[in-house]
Write a protein of this length. Structure first.
Length: 52
């Protein structure tokens, strides 16, 4: 994550809801609404249709 700007690092960390560490594994739970918002932000902008 060193290649990301600090603001992007912060946004990614805020996606994490919970981290559970056990002797056998690590479980990372992400905020569903945060993932959706990030996905929508990555979509290319669609120009508005001009009314004729």
């Amino acid at each position: 994550m060193d290649q990301l700007f600090p603001a992007e690092q912060e946004r990614n960390v805020l996606l994490v809801e919970k981290v559970v560490v056990s002797p056998r594994d690590i479980e990372v739970r992400l905020r569903a609404n945060g993932i959706e918002e990030r996905a929508l932000a990555l979509r290319p902008a669609v120009p508005e249709e001009v009314a004729a």
